[in-house]
Every structure is written in C-alpha cells, then in structure tokens.
Design a protein. Sequence first.
Length: 335
Amino acid sequence: MNSSFFFVNDTFLPATQASLLVTDLSIQRAYGIFDFFMTLGDRPIFLDEHLDRFFHSAAQLRLPVGRTREELKTIIAGLQQRNGIPDSGIRMTLTGGYSADGYTLSQPNLIITQKPLDTEIIPICEPPIRLVTYPHCRQMPGTKTIDYLMAIWLQPYIRQHDANDVLYHQNGVVSECPRSNFFIVTADDSIVTPARNILLGITRMKVLEVAATRFRVEERDVTLEDIRTAKEAFITSTTKHILPVSHIDGHQIGQSASTAAAGVPAVGASAPGVPGPVSQWLNEQVYELVVSHQSKSPELPIFASNHPHSSYMTLSTVLPDITAYSSQPPQLTDK
C-alpha cells in the first residue's frame, strides 16, 4: 500500500492529516507515555505484556487510558487492516492532553502509529557494539515515558567516544541504556542484569525466562568493576532481541569459551567482533520463542465497518475518501 494511516483519539487518519495541538503537554512539558511492539506476519508479538506495561505506565503518570485492553486490540486490528504492513512496529502513545496553562493535566490524547520494521528478525546475533558510560538515572525509570532528553543530548558525546550507545550508571552501579536493558555473563556463567533504576523490558523478561532453563540468573546491582571481569555483555530490546557488546569505555569485554557453559558447546575464544557463545545461544532461544508466539498468537478481532472507531469523522469535518491518499509512510524513529 502507498498510503499510511495513524489513529488519533477516535479517528483513523492519513499520516499527513494526523496532528496534535501545540497546547498538548507532550509538546509543552514532554509529559506522556508510550509502548512499542512488533507484528510479524500480521501477528502482534507479546502484545498482552506490552499492554500490561502501557497501562502500568499510564497509571504511574496519572493518565486514564480511556479504553479497555480489548478496545485497544480492536483499534490496533483496524490500523493493521488499513496499512497492510505484516512485519511492522506499532507505537501506542498517551499524552498529558491539551492544557490551558501548559502545566495542568487534562484529557489525554491517544495516538497509535505503525511503520515497517527497519530490521530483519533472525536467529543470528548482529555484530557487537561499543558502549560508553555516563552518570545519569532517568526520571521515573520504571515508567516508559516519552522523555529522552539526556539520550538525545548525549549523541555527540557517544560519537566522540567512538561508541554506538550510552550505558547509564550512578556511583559506579550501572542501570540501563536509553532504549535497552543491559546484561553480563560472569566468569562462572551466571547471567546477571541490573535490578534497580530500570525499565522492565519485555525482551528482558523473555531472556530471563529462557536463560533460567540452562544458566544461573541473577537480578542485582551490576558495578563497573563487574563489567571489567565479565566474559560477555549484551543489551536487549524489542527489535534487536540480543545485541552483543564488545567494548565499554574502551575496555574489551573478555570472552572465554575454552569450556562449555551449561550445555552450550565450546566454540573457541571469541574475537572482539564476534558474539560470545552465551549471547548467541540466548538470541537463538529468544528467536524461537518469538516464532513460537507468532504461530500461536490469535488473530486480532476483525475491525467491522460499523464499529464505533471505524468512522473517519473528525470533530467538525468528514474526510474525503481515504483511499485517494497516496502519502508515503513517514520515517519514524522509535525502536
């Protein structure tokens, strides 16, 4: 399809028609929450878990969603049917609403967008990346807010240090990257991830589940010193699954594969640009979990033409025939 549609409050709109007023608190004060999930073959991946987090984040920011989970699923189905993008990323955003004084909460605005995936989901890890650390803790880290001020401000700093992303820490205790969770593999093959000052990622949850079937798993403080003695390190996110880390602050992460780890065959010492055996095994397991979920995931409800959200009417204007629009899908930047 050549056209792309968004959902804003009660209306499906061509992307070029979708907008918010400048008085919205997302613009005035960066006040809002969001969540993001994938569809593969038109099947949403781990949608219930993402909805759990979406409603949790909304409650933390005192934003009423105004719709049930089933109503959101029906709206998402309608968006999928209009866009026809089988492999996609769907983002649900809830803002602080239009505020007369630019400070007081009002009725939230709900925006749901869809874009084609910009990455291929495969069982093989991508090449390792480099991280640089920075002392910072996000506001309300357990809530998925739209506030990425520090992450964007640090982009020149990341480039200056020849890194791909930043890893936050406070007083030597690391937490997370701006859009991903962080893990290390210790010398005794334990898989460890920070437990405090983090967003509880959905992929993080799935990694912990599959890792526990073969490894010792720990959720605890991870220090900069722990990183220096780690065999492997990796980050996790919705679209990347597991992304190995080769260097942090210029220090090469040690990878030892001279012996098999909990049933993972030894493959020899890993070069700096090669994923470690544990990272690779975990990525394969998460990939299989996603494929299995895709095959078992029920189809979303058919979006009937007489459904209340099927109207193309705005508050004061009936849009022309939407099939006449041919705007290209906008380039969105969320993961």
